[in-house]
Write a protein that binds this ligand. Structure first.
Ligand code: GLY
Length: 357
């Protein structure tokens, strides 16, 4: 099964997609590393801890638990984990393994980046969303009440080990939330991946192994390619934010408690499609295709009670906003997008209003 190279100025590493790799983690940990600290959640450990531990036999490790949930993706939980590492005997050779979904990957990457000014991290993502997006690319961070991921670092992992087998026990809602990030990858850079998502809905939802493996591999290929060309999001990497401008505003506005990240991105992608239509960047046919693909994996929780004005206010504190200018990633067609700034506020308002219906 495939392995993809991520090549950044600071590090070259492999993101490996392989069924069963969860039981072979130690083979991919550096021999030079000291004590291993596995950061996970109770749920993930209950579902996959036995296979993971059996595989780790002979390699000393401590297991630390994060409470999970976007609302607990906070600086305070990182401090708790750091204290546990010190109490567990960590020194500068310690290695963190992020074993869980996107929240665990973001938190463990952040922890590793600041612990004793930086130790290594290996990511072992266990949700679809983390496998196709969060675990690859070195973005780490925690939320503030005022905005998503407003505290964070770039800290590339030593390797990313992706086992599609773990998805068989992923709750349906979490699986669907990850599918929206796969659609995102298709819209921004791969018509082939988009067509897979648009035409093989039943097989995707049934988690057919061949289809799941293909969508993960193609998404990781795209992510590796984009990050390798622009690690710090000064240019191309911004396309990965398709759907995230409004998505992050929705998450913050609902105190990270109503939507899973992927669900907020789904609504955000709809807002971006409406905006692209209003600005005549996108044909009605392509807009319809994208909307239909998003709806095929729904529904997402209702947006009742969320005012477009409130989201407009949130956009200003998003970290994608620079010099007061909000940037939007707008599709030009299926498989190609452009980053646009300086958009008329009335158009943004109308697009958000349409997406909230
Ligand atoms: N999730 C967007 C990025 O990694 O850049």
């Amino acid at each position: 099964m495939p392995a993809f190279v991520v090549q950044t100025p600071v590090r070259r590493y492999i993101a490996k997609v392989e069924r069963g790799i969860l039981g072979r983690v130690p083979y991919y940990l550096p021999d030079t590393a000291g004590k291993v600290f596995v950061v996970t959640t109770e749920d993930v450990w209950k579902a996959h801890g036995r296979i993971f531990s059996r595989g780790m036999a002979g390699r000393e490790h401590a297991v630390l638990f994060h409470p999970g949930g976007e609302e607990r993706k906070r600086l305070s939980t990182v401090e708790d984990l750091a204290v546990q590492m010190v109490e567990g005997g960590a020194d500068r050779t310690a290695l963190v393994v992020g074993f869980g979904g996107g929240i665990v990957n973001d938190v463990s990457g952040f922890l590793a980046s600041i612990f004793m000014r930086g130790v290594g991290v290996v990511q072992v993502p266990t949700t679809l969303l983390a496998q196709v997006d969060a675990a690859v690319g070195g973005k780490t961070g925690v939320n503030l009440t005022s905005g998503k991921n407003l505290i964070g670092t770039f800290h590339q992992p030593l390797t990313v080990l992706i086992d599609p087998e773990v998805l068989s026990t992923l709750p349906e809602r979490e699986y669907r939330a990850g599918l929206y990030e796969v659609i995102k990858c298709g819209v921004i850079r791969s018509e082939k991946l988009f067509r897979l998502m648009a035409t093989r809905v039943a097989a995707v939802l049934a988690r057919r192994a061949d289809v799941v493996d293909e969508m993960i591999a193609e998404s990781v290929r795209i992510k590796a390619e984009v990050v390798s060309s622009d690690e710090k999001e000064s240019d191309l990497r911004r396309i990965l934010n398709f759907g995230h401008t409004v998505g992050h505003a929705l998450e913050a506005e609902t105190a990270y408690s109503r939507f899973l990240h992927g669900e907020a991105v789904a609504i955000g992608m709809k807002a971006a499609v409406h905006l692209a239509l209003l600005m005549e960047h996108l044909s009605a046919d392509h807009a319809m295709e994208i909307m239909q693909a998003i709806d095929a994996y729904g529904p997402v929780p209702p947006t009742t009670g969320i005012a477009p004005e409130a989201l407009m206010g949130r956009l200003a504190s998003d970290k994608k906003t620079m010099h007061g200018q909000v940037h939007f990633v707008l599709p030009r067609k299926v498989g190609a997008v452009r980053v646009v700034t300086g958009i008329d506020q009335d158009l943004i308002y109308s697009a958000i209003k349409s997406a909230l219906r």
